[in-house]
Ligand binder design. Structure first.
Ligand SMILES: C[S@@+](CC[C@H](N)C(=O)[O-])C[C@H]1O[C@@H](n2cnc3c(N)ncnc32)[C@H](O)[C@@H]1O
Length: 438
């Protein structure tokens, strides 16, 4: 079988769309096995993620044109990825897309199966007809197809954020992601800027913080700056959660949901004699935290432990920690730009279920905090149930805790920080800070 960017994309999409395999794992395996050039790998990646991202839109375009049952399991993924290129890759000429689709249909299909003619016919009809969208009056259906999100999620975001911001959030989830790096305590802005310039990276400060830069191209992991722990990859909004603490440097800190350790190391950078205990429910993820700590040269300040944070109160004594971070497991709806599948995988039931876990974790760690200690709660989602409602429920259950205002990064002082993904070229993120009063 031939190996080309599109054949790798098709093999990947067959597994992802038919078997629900994880796109990043299947794609990385396929790319590693291939001998594609850097440019072809980039094209295969774009086609795979773009097709998944726009699946609802593409299915809507193709459905009226598919008049027979598609027996071969490669046909639907091939039609979807061809339609993706047709509608979204402006630089690729239509004939090239269709010729490639024909070649793939011939090579993936059984001999004399007619798949090739079927694919060719459907794509030619698509070209004759062009884009279709539902009536604008049917707002939910229209936005669902236009931006390719399930209808429940469109409805949910419109209800929460209104008819202006809701669609802006949907649109932002389809935009390309600029890679954000954080300059660590080992680096200095000027030094990092000089090294990036020397290595021909473009960069600019992020609007949210002065310690994060957007860099292009994003492959900074091979630079000495990264290897020496002077920079790390971290979203600018996510980097604000740790900024919400007021550190002295001698604190005992608990990071209750820590892997892969992005915030654990950030906490450790603020500590001189203090330590941070990093928990994660998945033991196999602890090595990620240890590796991050080693690279950032903070290993001696970081302890790791496999532990369900809902049971933390059984493992640690009361008032043992001066500061606690709960960067909770969440629906991740602030990360849609990075993870195209999230929009199809999550449901309202998941949001409800996660909000219970979040509250359980907060309840479990609350007794471990000293009087006047700081508890920061953060999520990379934007749902009220997982953000503001969890805060409110926690406050009701713990009259000894009070919500305190936060001033982080370049944002004004506010009661709780809610960053929407359409605002600052960052992930959607939420931060609340409590002080424990006696
Ligand atoms: C949002 S991620 C944390 C990201 C991390 N703080 C960072 O900045 O790199 C949430 C983490 O919580 C872990 N987790 C999920 N449920 C947990 C639980 N009950 N107790 C502890 N960790 C949990 C997940 O394995 C995941 O690694």
């Amino acid at each position: 079988m031939m190996t080309s960017a599109r054949s790798v994309a098709l093999q990947t999409l067959i597994k992802v769309l038919n078997n629900n395999s994880y796109s990043n794992i299947v794609l990385n395996n396929a790319l590693e096995k291939s001998n594609l050039s850097h440019t072809d790998k980039a094209l295969a990646t774009k086609i795979v993620y773009g097709t998944i991202q726009y699946k609802i839109y593409l299915e809507y375009q193709l459905k009226p044109l598919i008049k027979t049952r598609l027996k071969d399991k490669f046909i639907k993924p091939l039609l979807l990825m061809s339609a993706y290129q047709y509608f979204f890759l402006e630089k690729v000429p239509t004939n090239a897309i269709f010729d490639e689709a024909n070649k793939l249909a011939k090579s993936f299909g059984k001999k004399n199966s007619g798949s090739y003619r079927l694919v060719n016919g459907i794509l030619r009809s698509l070209d004759r007809r062009g884009e279709i969208l539902p009536q604008k009056q049917d707002e939910i259906k229209y936005l669902s197809v236009k931006y390719s999100y399930p209808e429940w999620l469109v409805k949910y975001l419109i209800e929460q954020f209104g008819s202006k911001t809701g669609p802006e959030i949907l649109e932002s989830g389809n935009k390309a992601i600029p890679v954000s790096i954080r300059i660590t305590a080992n680096g200095q802005l000027q030094e990092v800027e000089q090294a990036l310039t020397k290595e021909k990276f473009e960069y600019r400060l992020t609007p949210l913080t002065d310690h994060n830069l957007f860099v292009h191209p994003g492959q900074v992991v091979k630079t000495d700056l990264f290897k020496e722990g002077k920079i790390t990859i971290q979203d600018s909004a996510a980097s604000l959660a740790v900024d919400a603490f007021d550190f002295n440097g001698d604190e005992k800190v608990l990071d209750a949901c820590a892997a892969p350790g992005g915030k654990t190391v950030q906490i450790a950078e603020h500590l001189i004699t203090g330590t941070v205990t990093a928990l994660d429910i998945h033991e196999n993820k602890l090595s990620l935290i240890k590796n991050a700590a080693k690279r950032l040269k903070v290993s001696e300040k970081v302890k790791t432990k496999a532990c369900d944070a809902r049971l933390a109160k059984d493992y640690f004594s009361q008032k043992q920690f001066d500061k606690i971070l709960v960067d909770a497991p969440c629906s991740g709806l602030g990360l849609i730009r990075r993870k195209p599948e999230i929009r199809y995988e999550k449901s309202l039931a998941d949001i409800e279920h996660l909000s219970k876990i979040q509250l359980d974790i907060l309840n479990s760690v609350a007794p471990l905090l000293v009087e006047n200690g700081e508890l920061v709660y953060s999520t990379c989602t934007i749902t009220k149930q997982e953000d503001e409602d969890v805060v409110e429920n926690f406050l009701q259950m713990h009259p000894d805790f009070e919500l305190t205002t936060i001033q982080v990064g370049n944002l004004d002082k506010q009661k709780m920080v809610k960053i929407l993904p359409n605002q600052y070229d960052s992930d959607g993120f939420f931060i609340a800070k409590f002080i424990k009063r006696g």
